[in-house]
Design a protein around this ligand. Structure first.
Ligand SMILES: [Zn+2]
Ligand SMILES: [Zn+2]
Length: 271
């Protein structure tokens, strides 16, 4: 049993075959997944993540403005997303953070909107999902400043791409570290150096699909069923049985969000 802690199956590339994708994931042992909404917070983009989560059992959603779209964040956007968190299926705020690789929003705006959303999540008592690219030091600095209070609900550093020191700093703040398919790539020795310091009880796995397809499916559209390959890779890397890693990461996710898996309908699908 596995959980895909971060996927984007609300995206257009899954419109044609979303039922099959969810079924395939379940058939492969993916017991639950977290659909992370992205896009323009003034549009219906985020509603789609919530609608998808509401349609399938053990599929959850997260809403929060990606650093790419930080420039679109304002009072109205915040109100819209806050409204969406009223769904019981919304269990986190994110992905939020800094992306200085693409710089789709001005850095100052990214910083400000990142802080603002951390505070909003705290107010709503929701954990946060963090995205950080080429901005690791600043990401850690902001999290240290904003997330050290006792009431902080914790968070997930998604698609971890930083150093061992970053992983350690984040774990100290109460974050779980989630690895995606890129940890399986040949050149990702730096990621594996970081993975070495992450104990099994702080570990999650994700696909970030449709992106980052793991070996052996590179070049294909990624989907939640493929999280198995990242988990198998990491089990071998840590020198533990696949079952051990699968069970551990599943329990980490469920404990973190205080969730229990619901029983499937007979066909495994919504009727
Ligand atoms: Zn991301
Ligand atoms: Zn993502």
């Amino acid at each position: 049993m596995l959980i895909d802690s971060h996927c984007h199956i609300d995206g257009d590339s899954f419109d044609e075959d979303r039922d099959e994708v969810v079924q395939r994931a379940k058939d492969t042992g993916v017991a639950a997944m977290l659909v992370v909404g992205t896009g323009d917070p003034h549009s219906d983009d985020f509603r789609k993540a919530v609608v998808v989560a509401e349609k399938y059992e053990n599929v959850y959603a997260s809403v929060g403005v990606h650093p790419h779209d930080a420039k679109l964040y304002d009072d109205e956007a915040e109100k819209h997303l806050t409204e969406l968190t009223k769904s019981e299926k919304v269990i986190a705020w994110g992905e939020i953070g800094l992306d200085f690789y693409y710089d789709h929003s001005p850095r100052d705006v990214q910083r400000e909107v990142f802080r603002r959303q951390i505070r909003k999540a705290a107010e709503l008592d929701l954990p946060i999902i963090i995205h950080s690219r080429d901005a690791d030091d600043e990401t850690v600095e902001i999290l240290k400043e904003e997330c050290s209070s006792d009431s902080f609900r914790g968070g997930i550093m998604h698609c971890f791409g930083g150093t061992a020191a970053m992983a350690e700093a984040l774990m100290k703040l109460g974050f779980l570290i989630s690895f995606a398919g890129n940890v399986t790539f040949k050149k990702a020795e730096n990621l594996r150096d970081a993975a070495r310091v992450v104990p099994l009880d702080r570990l999650l796995v994700e696909t970030d699909c449709p992106f980052l397809t793991p070996i052996p499916f590179r070049g294909k559209r990624n989907e939640p069923a493929f999280v198995e390959h990242t988990a198998k890779f990491l089990a071998e890397f840590y020198g533990v049985e696949f079952e051990t890693l699968a069970k551990r990461t599943t329990q980490n996710f469920l404990d973190f969000f205080k969730l229990a898996l619901t029983a499937e309908t007979q066909s495994g699908r919504e009727t």
